[in-house]
Design a protein around this ligand. Structure first.
Ligand code: C5P
Length: 402
């Protein structure tokens, strides 16, 4: 009985599929969950708060600026005092608001304020579902860690049009809710993970630095996925412009030495995934003041010195995590260099990829990797970095199964 005692905040937005939400409430409650309903103005045009409240056996929340509700429960408590926020049906408009962080009514404000898992059951006309704007919003929400169930294909209730856009059936939504809340779908619960991501910036003087093209996309996606599988994740990130993944603790650093210190401070851990493109060298003695260009003088020489190898340090540490994963960005002899790195750095896996400029991997959205392990290699096909993160997180979980 996964749903026994679970508290579901059900947001109903405006669509003809709202009538199915009445059945959904019954199905969730039959399984032992409590359902606290929130309805948008649009939803109330399709089903009445009276019917929803009667089936949920709870008060229906509709107003952001209701004085009694705010004194009684408040939108922040509504957003947090639950195990899951479920939106069924979710309109294209509500998805657009979520994807852009708008908060102009109770439902959208709760969605911006919540730190709980969010499951979305979209329902709309197929043309709206496949509109480039909705596709963009869907991709943004998936990247933000929002889960989806449906939409299903079939005939539209209003127009008779066929295609994808029907809200998933209540029992399918219940199954998706159970999946999100099932502790066995969190195989890394109780495990601690450290992930490094992004480039490092090595100062030359207070305004100049040596950097590389790493975006942090791969490392951040891995941190997010490990967290989604239940791990307690510390992400040590170099300077990046992408948002923090959901549900992870982020420690921001600039230099390799700072990154090493932050990683060592996060030990002990069960898992280390070192994805950051750490600069191999730093300027031996960075200038305290901006180096001035002097007419007629030769350019200043840059004396470099080696940076600490964080992966190698962790791989040979007295508190070495049970599973250590490194990356190897290569432009030639990917497999050979990766295997040598596995040994040298004391890693269990090296995720090797070819970062030659023509591959577009460095800074791009896709990745083609080779997994080099102690017992052999595995080539993964070209996929987006999120999919690589999902597959890698599953591989990592398999080491802790049972
Ligand atoms: O030796 P190379 O830089 O190719 O090794 C790449 C792997 O080692 C990556 O996992 C990277 O995060 C890690 N690394 C590190 N500290 C360094 C250099 C690389 O942790 N100074």
């Amino acid at each position: 009985m996964i749903l026994q005692g679970k508290r579901i905040l059900l947001i109903i937005s405006g669509g003809i599929a709202a009538y199915k939400s009445l059945d959904l409430i019954r199905r969730l409650r039959e399984r032992g969950a409590s359902v606290r309903p929130v309805m948008t103005a649009g939803a109330q045009a399709f089903v009445t708060p009276l019917a929803v409240g009667a089936l949920a056996a709870d008060k229906v929340f509709t107003d952001l600026f209701s004085r009694e509700d705010e004194q009684d429960v408040g939108h922040i408590r509504l957003a947090r005092d639950c195990d899951l926020v479920l939106i069924a049906p979710a309109t294209a408009d509500l998805m657009a608001k979520m994807a852009n962080g708008l908060a102009d009514d109770l439902a959208s404000t709760i969605l911006l304020a919540t730190d709980r898992p969010v499951l979305v059951a979209p329902a709309m006309n197929p043309k709206m579902w496949w509109h480039p704007a909705t596709c963009r919003n869907h991709a943004t929400l998936v990247a933000d860690g929002i889960r989806f169930v449906g939409p299903a294909s079939g005939e539209m209730a209003e127009s008779g049009e066929k295609g994808e856009g029907r809200m998933a059936e209540p029992l399918d939504i219940v199954a998706a809710v159970e999946d999100v809340l099932d502790p066995s779908s969190k195989p890394l619960l109780g495990r601690k993970a450290i992930v490094t991501s992004g480039p490092t910036h090595e100062p030359i003087d207070p305004v100049r630095y040596i950097a590389n093209r790493s975006s942090g996309k791969q490392g951040h996606a891995i941190a997010g996925e490990l967290a989604r599988l239940g791990a307690d994740v510390t992400l040590v990130s170099g300077p990046v412009t992408i948002p923090d993944p959901k549900g992870v603790r982020v420690v921001r650093v600039e230099r390799a030495e700072e990154m090493r210190d932050a990683v060592l401070a996060a030990l002990p851990a069960d898992i280390a995934v070192m994805v950051a493109a750490v600069a191999d060298w730093r300027v031996a003695s960075a200038a305290g003041n901006k180096i001035k260009k002097q007419p007629g003088e030769a350019p200043p020489p840059l004396q470099l010195t080696e940076n600490p190898d964080i992966l190698k340090t962790v791989g040979h540490h007295a508190q070495r995590p049970a599973l250590v994963v490194g990356f190897a960005a290569e432009t030639q002899d990917v497999a050979e260099n990766g295997r040598a790195k596995l040994e040298r750095k004391g890693a269990d896996y090296i995720v090797a990829n070819d970062v030659s400029p023509q591959t577009g991997i460095m800074g791009g959205d896709r990745n083609t990797v080779k997994i080099i392990g102690k017992s052999g290699d595995e080539d993964w096909p070209d996929m987006d970095k999120q999919a690589v993160a999902e597959k890698l997180a599953l591989l990592i979980s398999s080491h802790f199964a049972g």
